[in-house]
Ligand binder design. Sequence first.
Ligand code: ARG
Length: 260
Amino acid sequence: MKMKKIFALLLALAMVFAFAACGEEAAEGNGAEGEVVTYKAVTEPTFPPFDTTDENTGEIIGFDMDLMNAIAEDQGFKVTYTAMEFDSLIPAVQSGSADIITAGMNAEDPERQEKVDFSNTYYDSGLVVVVKKDNKTINGMDDLTADMKVASQIGTTGADQTKALFNDGKIKEAVILNGFDTCMLQLKNGDVNAVIIDQPVAKAYMAKQDGVKIVGDVLNAESYGFAVQKGNKELLDKINAGLQNVIDNGTYDELIEKWF
Ligand code: ARG
């Protein structure tokens, strides 16, 4: 009888530990001395040159990955990269199923700052309007009219701008799509009149395939940061320290040279 009770107790304990393990962070390795921790980073890879896919290997590559890898090397950790839709990135880090967002994400967004913690920023950017190269009527945001469709990627600052244009009655439809690759395709096919997208990414698309152009001024000012779960100060400190080191030792400039 006594043995049975002890056994039941042990079983209950084992189950508690099993559940606790389920709720653990995505990071692997228990942090024991000498063991290298591997963090899980997530991104949305239709955002060249920051986040893209190697056409030959299918591997996720880009400025963000190279920069995070350099930070990881400097700080003695490892990172794996997983693709998901842009509007799933913050929920993934909030729930702990991922550790880091490496996705050219504007860190200067109060709504996002309530949900995740951002590193120091690593790239200044801004949004632009992109149209077909032969378009003569749209020379900037003010030329968009109530009969036009404008596309952008779900969950992005570009989507916010596009939806604002729609809500102000300035365009006919805000076409919110999963990938910026699809936005650009729809533009080329004539399904939409314009795309609102980050300027360096617009330039990368223009370099890859002809037929589109940037018009007008840059619409806003944003700065990209890496994001971690709220309160994960340990990881955030490592990212910030590593970022500063790779800026100071010239690696950051080499990566800018490589990707831009
Ligand atoms: N900079 C924009 C934002 O913060 C777009 C980022 C899109 N990134 C991506 N990997 N698709 O919303």
